[in-house]
Design a protein around this ligand. Structure first.
Ligand SMILES: Cc1cc2nc3c(=O)[nH]c(=O)nc-3n(C[C@H](O)[C@H](O)[C@H](O)COP(=O)(O)OP(=O)(O)OC[C@H]3O[C@@H](n4cnc5c(N)ncnc54)[C@H](O)[C@@H]3O)c2cc1C
Length: 308
């Protein structure tokens, strides 16, 4: 028998109170897959984040940062250690800037900035997840990316330092940042927006949301596009959608257990009900192999793994 105290009992009382244990990853991710997380720790402010991070480091526990879980595949076996859920939710408009908590729902943030007369983010309407997740993944669509708007961010470094950094520290790239690979946690961001035509921005927002409803799975759990689009054939050209290659390689007919390729978009994996992460892994490897065999192209995954 294991007589070691559970990690929960070792947390200071105020952090313990807010911490959840054994929450299935399927309840924390939009693809609705995955076994229990040992400790789900909400960081409501920078100090919480710092203390949870130090707790994991001091005890040598695995440490994972979670936003809205909309770009993650939860492991069937769950996730040991600390899952830090970024839950900073401040919101303050000043001039043409907004300072916002990285735990804010990204689409709510867009609605609130438009409500405050600030335009610019409407292109991203309907992207699920949090502001922090959007920033570290440089979320984008319709030719724009969130990285274009960042002035500075409050981040927590892996060594426990809180720092305010500018966009150069993020190293924004296509659906990626250099910062994400350093295990730095984004807690707050200052974005510079514009004072354009609110009616036009509102109409664009409504149009994008309607477009997403038509093209994306609304009734089925998913994690968005699985693979990255391919680099442009010539400099300055458009990226080649991975979905087109997947469709031509026959991916739309693929299914493994309850994990299937979405009928309207060959780059989206949906959970038909009881899909496991093993089902998804098998399906994703079949999709990748089909494109490799047909086109000699190696697709790179955009969705990340949560758990071992
Ligand atoms: C239906 C659907 C449509 C989508 N459409 C788009 C789209 O058009 N464009 C697009 O770019 N994406 C899209 N996505 C993917 C996803 O919504 C984005 O990648 C989103 O920005 C992820 O944010 P999140 O908070 O859910 O991150 P999570 O899924 O929780 O985490 C993703 C990664 O970011 C890290 N992370 C999260 N928050 C932080 C933080 N505060 N600090 C440090 N690291 C952090 C995590 O550790 C993990 O590595 C879509 C997803 C779905 C389900």
């Amino acid at each position: 028998m294991d007589h070691r105290p559970s990690p929960l009992s070792l947390l200071p009382p105020d952090l313990r109170e807010a911490t959840l244990t054994g929450v299935p990853l399927r309840e924390l991710t939009t693809l609705r897959i995955g076994g229990p997380a040992d400790l789900v720790c909400p960081a409501r402010n920078p100090d919480d984040a710092k203390r949870f991070q130090a707790f994991a480091a001091d005890r040598g526990l695995p440490f994972f940062v979670l936003g809205g879980g909309s770009n993650l595949l939860g492991a069937d076996e769950g996730c040991g250690g600390v899952v830090l859920r970024v839950a900073t939710t401040g919101f303050a408009v000043r001039g043409d800037t907004v300072r916002a908590g990285a735990g804010l729902d990204f689409d709510d943030l867009i609605a609130r900035t438009l409500g405050a007369g600030l335009t610019g983010l409407e292109f991203a309407s309907g992207i699920p997840g949090t502001l922090g997740g959007a920033l570290v993944g440089n979320a984008g669509c319709y030719g724009h990316e969130i990285g274009e708007f960042l002035v500075e961010a409050l981040v927590l470094r892996p060594d426990g330092r809180l720092e305010t950094v500018g966009p150069e520290a993020f190293g924004f790239a296509y659906r990626a940042t250099a910062l994400r690979e350093t295990r730095t946690i984004v807690l707050e961001a200052l974005l510079r927006l514009g004072r354009g035509d609110p009616a036009a921005a509102g109409a664009q927002r409504a149009g994008h949301i309607a477009d997403r409803r038509r093209k994306h799975p609304v009734d089925l759990p998913s994690a968005g596009s699985w693979f990255r689009n391919l680099p442009p054939a010539e400099p300055g050209g458009r990226r080649q959608p991975a979905g087109v290659l997947l469709e031509q390689a026959g991916a739309k007919a693929m299914r493994e257990g309850d994990a299937a390729v979405f009928a309207k978009h060959a780059n989206i994996v949906v959970n038909l009900g009881r899909a496991t992460s093993a089902d998804v892994r098998r399906l994703v490897e079949r999709m990748r192999a089909a494109v490799r065999e047909r086109f000699g192209v190696e697709l790179v995954e955009e969705v990340r793994q949560l758990g071992p």
